[in-house]
Ligand binder design. Structure first.
Ligand code: GLC
Length: 401
């Protein structure tokens, strides 16, 4: 019987793209290189003791522009394919959560020599702080829902005039690409969508601190601390969440929908009251804590749809991040509960991209690279997956969302 680590390796191996060297999140549905996915893959590769951890981070930074910008997608296998959506060959014009700070720290702690990537990573962070700071809130702006990593979150419903539908929002996202304004080859603003999300800002602050921990970069540490202070000012004690701020200080009705990613400031907050209330919400069975792990949208929110993409399912990379937050705060039991939810969800769903938190049914792409983060929790545990799901880890997209 395979262990979680062995099965994870077979998933990553099957999705490995030799030239330039990255793991496709899923070879069929997501053949290109994605920024935050690659960082999670590199973490798992390093846990497996595989040199592809460094190769994957190198190919990611191979996409970087001289000014520091790192695109959310790389089309190295077919550079012209990028032109169907973006204005440049080979890459997208927008970015994604900068998970490379954490990934590089994990790799370094495991003895991987990441020194060649420290300066590029610091440059990528500086680009974010220099080009995306909103002077009113002190937070960083995203200029397209895709930049959040959580593209169909109900937090963006305030930007649509009708009720959310997957197809309608897909069209909206396409229009929001058309309205992007670029500077020096990278998205810098968007008259139709600019928001400072709690989740994106938490991930920037967390990753900036992780990188600063490695490099001793005081300037970066100070910028991260300022971001955390600005985040804390958005805390809504009644709704028990950090609120998104639309650029120039405005809020929209959807800015405080209770989503799990909006609780990612758990990674950086130093406010004991906020931390305690946010952890309580995560484990509240009426809100996020469901039978098969935490949902992305609180179950008692009107928008909650447990089988619909970013509208409710459990997402493994968010569970991994919350587990890191719990570990860093010394909450062993909390970390163990999150770890168990990640492993069980991965097994039951066939290592799906996301799963229904009520039933555990796999959704989206199956298998998905980042779900191998389960190997970070329980590498040596024997898999308890049905043999049919185990024997075909490379079968591509099995279930639609
Ligand atoms: C989906 C997710 C995004 C991820 C991408 C590749 O678009 O919303 O966060 O990076 O798939 O897995």
């Amino acid at each position: 019987m395979a262990t979680i680590a062995e099965h994870s390796r077979s998933i990553l191996e099957a999705a490995w793209v030799d030239d330039p060297g990255y793991t496709a999140p899923n070879p069929h549905r997501y053949p290109w290189q994605w920024l935050w996915d690659s960082c999670f893959h590199a973490i798992v590769w390093s846990g497996l003791g595989d040199a592809r951890a460094l190769t994957e981070m190198r190919s990611l930074f191979g996409l970087q522009l001289p000014g520091g910008f790192l695109p959310n997608m790389g089309f190295q296998r077919d550079p012209t394919a990028a032109l169907r959506m973006w204005r440049h060959r080979g890459r997208s014009d927008i970015t994604q959560p900068p998970m490379y700070g954490h990934a590089l720290r994990v790799l370094a702690e495991r003895g991987v020599d990441v020194s060649e990537l420290l300066e590029p990573a610091a440059r990528a962070m500086r680009w974010l702080f220099d080009t995306r700071l909103d002077p009113v809130s002190g937070l960083l702006r995203i200029v397209h829902p895709w930049e959040s990593g959580c593209d169909d979150s109900p937090r963006w419903d305030g930007w649509i005039s009708h009720h959310y539908s997957r197809a309608g929002f897909a069209l909206r996202k396409w229009f929001l690409v058309r309205s992007l304004r670029l500077r020096d080859g990278a998205a810098s603003s968007n008259p139709l969508f600019e928001v400072c999300p709690a989740s994106f800002n938490a991930l920037v602050a967390f990753n900036a601190r992780e990188l600063a921990e490695l490099t001793g970069d005081t300037d970066l540490r100070i910028r991260a601390d300022r971001l955390v202070d600005a985040l804390e000012r958005t805390w809504d004690a009644d709704r028990v969440t950090w609120v998104d701020i639309a650029a120039r200080g405005h809020q929209r009705p959807s800015s405080a929908v209770r989503t799990l990613d909006a609780l990612l400031p758990l990674l950086v907050s130093g406010d004991p009251g906020h931390l305690e209330a946010a952890w309580r919400a995560v484990f509240d069975p009426h809100q996020f804590w469901r039978s098969h792990g935490p949902s992305t949208v609180a179950a008692n929110e009107p928008a909650y749809q447990p089988d619909q993409y970013w509208r409710g399912p459990a997402w493994p990379q968010l569970i991994y991040l919350l587990r890191i937050a719990a570990q860093r705060q010394g909450h062993g039991v909390t970390a163990a509960r999150l770890g168990a939810a990640l492993v069980r969800g991965a097994e039951r769903s066939g290592f799906a991209e996301l799963w229904d938190p009520e039933t555990g049914r796999g959704l989206g792409a199956i298998p998905q690279g980042w779900t191998t983060l389960a190997a970070e929790v329980a590498p040596r545990l024997q898999l308890r997956m049905p043999a049919s799901a185990r024997s075909s880890p490379h079968s591509g997209v099995a279930v639609a969302d």
